[in-house]
Design a protein around this ligand. Structure first.
Ligand SMILES: Nc1ncnc2c1ncn2[C@@H]1O[C@H](COP(=O)(O)OP(=O)(O)O)[C@@H](O)[C@H]1O
Ligand code: SF4
Ligand SMILES: [Mg+2]
Length: 330
């Protein structure tokens, strides 16, 4: 509980073995194949702030989220939450305590809420699991309080998830996150399945709750408009790597990486948008065989020879040879 960042992700990579079955490989003379979903990712999230992670589908965002909440071990690198390492062996009690303080909210709340449970039970489950209420009355009171905090009614407690709209279900998912007294919430595309008008309501609710309870968010979205609405700092991912990172306002005012510029040109503002995906030139290549050098070079109008051979380092918040060399890249 000091000025240290809540989340410290250092040099984290995650590879998946996507080889075909052994016998098939032997006959076809194929080597094993590794999919490098996340490569050498480093970022921090400060207490009571929102760090936005943005990038097209397939850039590795969900893999980062799963590692940060401890659902998936990294292939390399370290993750610390509130000073406790998720990646190095340590006292189980520390990790147990940590688990209560981290919560994940998914894109599709319907898939993450038990369809056969009433809302009351869904929200009360973390309260019971972590022993946060001494009696049923206290738990009931807490559920009512949480429902009201997320803008639902006490009467909603006896309904089932399918009786709610998508936005209301996401409110339930948020109430559930608060029920465990989570302080750090990882939201993976929390509003991507919702209508634009409902998206803004949910994002505003998340912001209100953040101010009220000092919550720390890792907000993941393919949609820069969503991230812009919420984030204090932003990391832009491309094919598993962070290509630009920095203060949100500065990044929107003066994006430096050619990929960030493309994303920004495609999505101007949350109020004027309607497209589900940024409409940018070219397709994201396969992470099984990423282009050599700067993985963005086949789509980049500023690519030079060096870009095809040498991976640009993330220096001063941007990973681009043109920017580092002071070449025009705008
Ligand atoms: N369990 C897995 N096994 C094999 N490949 C995976 C697995 N999880 C994710 N991937 C691959 O890793 C890449 C990044 O995926 P993901 O993290 O879901 O990206 P995003 O959330 O940005 O869309 C994708 O190419 C995806 O197919
Ligand atoms: S390193 Fe080269 S290819 Fe990559 S973004 Fe910069 S200019 Fe474009
Ligand atoms: Mg994803």
């Amino acid at each position: 509980m000091n000025g240290e960042p809540v989340v410290q992700v250092r040099g984290v990579s995650r590879h998946f073995d996507v080889s075909r079955p052994w016998l098939t490989r032997v006959f076809a003379g194929e080597p094993r194949r590794q999919l490098k979903a996340v490569r050498d990712v480093t970022f921090e999230v400060e207490r009571a702030q929102t760090f936005g992670l943005v990038g097209e589908s397939g850039s590795g965002k969900t893999t980062v989220a799963r590692m940060v909440v401890g659902l998936l071990p990294p292939t390399a690198g370290s993750i610390r939450i509130d000073g406790v390492s998720l990646t190095a062996p340590g006292p189980p009690a520390d990790r147990q305590r940590l688990r209560r303080r981290i919560h994940m909210v998914f894109q599709d709340p319907y898939a993450s809420l038990n369809p056969r449970w009433r809302i009351e039970r869904i929200i009360a489950e973390p309260i019971r699991a972590f022993g946060l209420a001494h009696s049923n009355e206290v738990a009931t009171e807490r559920v009512n309080e949480l429902l009201s905090l997320v803008g639902l009614h006490a009467a909603d407690r006896s309904r089932f998830p399918h009786e709610f709209s998508g936005g209301q279900r996401q409110r339930v998912a948020i109430a559930r996150a608060l029920a465990s007294s989570a302080e750090f919430i990882v939201c993976d595309e929390p509003t991507s399945a919702l209508d634009v008008s409902v998206q803004a309501q949910i994002l505003n609710l998340m912001r209100d709750l953040q101010e009220r309870f000092g919550l720390t968010y890792l907000l993941i979205s393919h949609d820069l408009a969503v991230v812009r609405h919420m984030a204090d700092r932003i990391g832009v991912m491309y094919l598993g790597r962070v290509v630009e990172i920095g203060n949100a306002r500065a990044l929107f005012r003066t994006p430096r990486h050619p990929y960030t510029r493309m994303l920004l040109d495609a999505v101007p503002d949350i109020s004027t948008r309607g497209r589900p995906d940024p409409d940018i030139a070219g397709e994201i290549p396969s992470p099984i065989a990423p282009p050599p050098g700067c993985a963005f070079h086949p789509r980049c109008p500023f690519a030079h020879e060096r870009c095809r051979n040498e991976v640009p380092a993330l220096l001063d918040g941007v990973a681009c040879h043109a920017v580092h060399e002071g070449r025009p890249a705008a």
